[in-house]
Ligand binder design. Structure first.
Ligand SMILES: *Cc1c(COP(=O)(O)O)cnc(C)c1O
Length: 381
């Protein structure tokens, strides 16, 4: 049985060309970038090159790029880093996040709340879009940071980031966007987006796991979350993950070079999934916005089917699918994203997310549709 991977929002395979570029930094060139000798310089040069690659895609200066241990760390550093810095200066701070953020943002905001920071949660409409008026209404004189994700990991909804960022800029509030799902599918030009902070993680765009990058606009003050050495301009201590960072830079450059062609190839495959599954099964609802959604995301709520059983039966047929967030599937907690959309009922319902990628073919999509239709019929019968 062949395995068909429909879970690219959870993670992607490491690209072979990216691995090849990382290899020397896992073997021959093992120096610490902070060391003052030739081996240290080789590693430092590799970091500089990767920083330039990221800065080119983000349209920023390389001094505005910092490397992290991934998306969760970046989200924490952005939200807590700005809020804690603001709190120290003003004695009071307020944070605004959307209701459908990744838990790395939501739980960071909850942790701040326990330190006395005020937190507002922005609602979304039934398509999963944050409304600019809701942001305007939530702003307070002591709002330190607003965090709204570029695209959602469960339902693929793309937010009006540039419009939200303008409002924050006008009010002198720092704006962060979690662009983890957007990377490789949407433009990451921070000037066009107007954001102050932006987070990405390599393993969502065919790079290695455990390494991320952040754009930190010059002048934004971040209280470090990891204290120690002076790495990353004193904002993220610790010996750099040199091979991982080389992989992130290479993977981002590659993803950007393929981006437009890949989006053009994935969009009709995604639409086949959306129309095939919604068209052939009764009582199915597509979750997320019809147009403002990522080219790789097809997500649904299916009535009268148990979610865990659906995923298990698809898995037995070699289909790797998800109920949405990798972090909550398997637990009985309903997804906070679907709750925010208001699409859940008290009856049995399954959330299904199919996310496609570079390896996905038309034949794979046809097989997945047939299997989902068949499994749902069996579970209902
Ligand atoms: C995967 C993901 C993260 C977490 O990134 P890690 O590198 O796995 O820590 C954060 N936000 C979003 C939207 C994600 O999809």
């Amino acid at each position: 049985m062949t395995t068909l991977y429909f879970d690219h929002a959870a993670t992607t395979p490491l690209d072979a060309a990216v691995l090849a570029q990382m290899h020397p930094y896992l073997t021959e060139y093992f120096g610490n970038p902070s060391s003052p000798h030739a081996m240290g310089r080789s590693s430092l040069n590799a970091l500089d090159h990767a920083r330039d690659q990221v800065a080119a895609v983000l349209n920023c200066s390389n001094a505005e790029v910092i490397f992290t241990g991934g998306g969760s760390e970046g989200d924490n550093l952005a939200v807590k880093g700005v809020a804690e810095s603001y709190l120290r200066q003003h004695g009071r701070a307020h944070v605004i996040v959307s209701a459908i953020e990744h838990h790395a943002v939501l739980h960071a905001a909850e942790a701040l709340e326990r330190q006395g920071v005020e937190v507002s949660i922005l609602p979304v409409n039934s398509d999963g879009i944050v409304l600019v008026d809701d942001l305007v209404a939530a702003l307070q004189p002591h709002t330190a940071v607003v965090s709204v994700m570029y695209a959602n990991n469960e339902i693929g909804t793309i937010q009006p980031i540039a419009e939200l960022a303008v409002v924050c800029r006008q009010h002198g509030v720092v704006f962060h966007t979690d662009a983890v799902q957007a990377a490789g599918l949407l433009p990451l030009d921070v000037k066009a987006l107007g954001v102050d902070l932006l987070t990405i993680t390599a393993h969502k765009f065919y790079g290695p796991k455990g390494v991320g990058a952040m754009y930190v606009r010059r002048g934004v003050e971040l209280w470090p979350q990891i204290h120690g050495g002076a790495q990353e301009r004193r904002r993220r201590a610790g010996t750099e993950n040199v091979a991982g960072i080389v992989g992130l830079g290479a993977a981002l450059a590659l993803a950007e070079s393929k981006r437009e062609a890949e989006v053009a190839r994935l969009t009709p495959l995604r639409d086949m999934l959306l129309q095939g599954i919604a068209g052939e099964i009764a009582s199915v609802r597509v979750t997320g916005h019809a147009q403002h959604r990522l080219a790789n995301n097809a997500s649904f709520v299916i009535d009268d089917v148990d979610g865990d059983s659906l995923l298990i039966m698809l898995d037995r047929r070699g289909i790797c699918a998800s109920s949405g967030s990798a972090c909550t599937s398997g637990s009985m907690e309903p997804s906070h994203v679907l709750q925010a959309l208001g699409v859940l009922s008290d009856d049995t319902q399954a959330a299904l997310r199919l996310t496609i990628g570079r390896s996905t073919t038309v034949a794979d999509v046809e097989k997945a549709i047939a299997d989902v239709v068949d499994v749902v019929a069996k579970l209902r019968g």
